[in-house]
Design a protein around this ligand. Structure first.
Ligand code: ZN
Ligand code: ZN
Length: 233
């Protein structure tokens, strides 16, 4: 079986990414990737309120635009498959900046409320047949921030509750995930074109949604690589 080149953490103009969904599909498709997940931000309501007070603007997808977001993702998934033989998984990044945790839901079927506590979110993700990923669980060099501080300080409690943890996010490696033998993936946390050159995941499985999710959950045929450009053959 072949190794699939994957990136499970990508933002578009649906939240704070600089490329449209279409541009993201063209970029990854032309580079030869096999699997991508689109994971735009869904922000907790307290942080959303603060954003609106500060900037007068709503941030991220928002519950009222979620159905439209999903329709656009399905359209893009079909285009990606027909044009590039690339699998596109719908997803979201549950962005709780109040409690300080960011969680990816991959192939979720419905919206998940980012106000819920971590256990409830993980239960909901599992019930939807989706995959959960703990995002950037430590301080990131590029921002100096630790937006998932809560996951970091409760790491042992949440260890096996997540399907996987990010062992790498863009240019950063989180050694502790390897040391603790947690299930892992590596993602770009793509927001702009230069972020394509970053840590990614390799999975050995069939190229379909269920097989990819199962491979992340089992986590025994997974590897990471640092993509530096050029067409993947
Ligand atoms: Zn994040
Ligand atoms: Zn992100």
């Amino acid at each position: 079986m072949e190794w699939l080149y994957c990136d499970f953490h990508i933002h578009t103009t649906w939240s704070d990414g600089s490329l449209t969904l279409k541009e993201v599909v063209e970029l990854y498709g032309q580079s030869g990737f096999d699997v991508i997940a689109i994971t735009d931000h869904l922000l907790d309501s307290n942080s959303q309120r603060q954003k609106i007070e500060r900037s007068g603007r709503h941030f991220g997808i928002g519950a009222e635009r979620y159905a439209e977001y999903r329709r656009e993702l399905w359209k893009a998934a079909r285009y990606a498959w027909e044009t590039y033989n690339m699998l596109l998984l719908p997803g979201i990044e549950l962005t709780n900046n109040t409690g300080k945790y960011h969680i990816l839901a991959l192939d979720n079927k419905e919206i998940v409320n980012p106000d819920l506590d971590v256990e409830e979110i993980l239960r909901e993700i599992t019930q939807q047949g989706a995959v959960s990923v703990a995002c950037h669980p430590f301080v990131r060099n590029h921002s100096g921030e630790s937006p998932s501080e809560y996951l970091w300080s409760n790491m042992d409690r949440f260890a096996t509750m997540f399907d996987a943890w990010e062992v790498a996010n863009r240019d950063d490696l989180f050694n502790i995930i390897g040391l603790k033998k947690f299930h892992y993936v590596a993602n770009s946390d793509f927001h702009e074109k230069r972020h394509l050159h970053s840590w990614k995941t390799l999975l050995r499985c069939a190229k379909n949604t269920e097989a990819v999710k199962e491979a992340i959950r089992k986590n025994d045929a997974v590897s990471i690589f640092l993509y530096r450009g050029g067409k993947i053959q």
